[in-house]
Design a protein around this ligand. Structure first.
Ligand SMILES: [Zn+2]
Length: 236
């Protein structure tokens, strides 16, 4: 399987890699990559692959549903590298960094709105989470204020890999998590923000310190059925 460098260091924006395979739809599989594949509401990365005198554009990155492989999807009509060829991979960093800031902001939103999350989408200009709020009223201005107060605390975002066994031995850990970890995966990566702001399993890309998010504003709260509310955020 491709080594997912973005899980070790979300700030790495280039790497050298070897082409392992080209799938039947022209998707490129590398031995290691900094391209994040679409998942968890976060869009896949775009960027370039450079080899010899050629450079091709990668339109997006996805995870193959069957094999789980990370597939780099080239824009149509380009000459592809060959299997075994070395390439220099580079992501569209400006877009990715916006995704990292938004993604981390959504973790804070989870902490501010203590309700079950039923969906979400990250974008470079706006992002959203859907909550099952029950009867609980949500106030746009209050959430905006709470988010920015937390961001001003400048807390670190930290990771910890945990095995199923460790998790079983620490049931109190699961109770404090805002999202339950998947069972049977062997190990999960936990994302911890500050001492008690947010703790949940997550494979996405985050900023190192929540200060980097900058000012956030709740642009609107939409009514999506009796119990569901969609909270949209933008950079302020
Ligand atoms: Zn995350």
């Amino acid at each position: 399987m491709t080594i997912a460098l973005f899980q070790q260091d979300a700030y790495q924006n280039t790497c050298d890699a070897e082409v392992r395979a080209i799938n039947d739809r022209g998707g490129i599989i590398l031995n290691q990559t900094i391209f994040y594949p679409t998942g968890g509401g976060q869009p896949g990365d775009s960027g370039t692959l450079t080899f010899g005198n050629s450079q091709i554009k990668i339109a997006t990155t996805v995870k193959d549903r069957e094999s789980g492989e990370i597939v780099h999807v080239p824009e149509a009509g380009q000459s592809l590298p060959e299997v075994g060829q070395m390439v220099k991979a580079e992501i569209d960093w400006d877009t990715r960094y916006l995704h990292m800031r938004m993604h981390t902001a959504l973790h804070l939103l989870c902490s501010v709105v203590p309700c079950g999350v039923t969906g979400g989408q990250i974008g470079k200009e706006k992002s959203r989470l859907d909550f099952d709020v029950g009867e609980k009223p949500l106030d746009k201005d209050q959430i905006t204020e709470d988010l920015n107060r937390i961001i001003a605390e400048k807390q670190k975002v930290e990771f910890r890999w945990i095995t199923d066994e460790e998790l079983e031995n620490q049931p109190e850990l699961v109770r404090t998590m805002s999202v339950q970890p998947p069972k049977g995966a062997g190990k999960v990566r936990l994302v911890k923000i500050g001492e008690n702001i947010d703790l949940q399993p997550c494979g996405g890309t985050h900023v190192n310190n929540i200060e980097e998010i900058g000012v956030i504003k709740v642009s609107k709260i939409e009514n999506k059925g009796k119990r569901n509310r969609r909270v949209n955020i933008v950079f302020g």
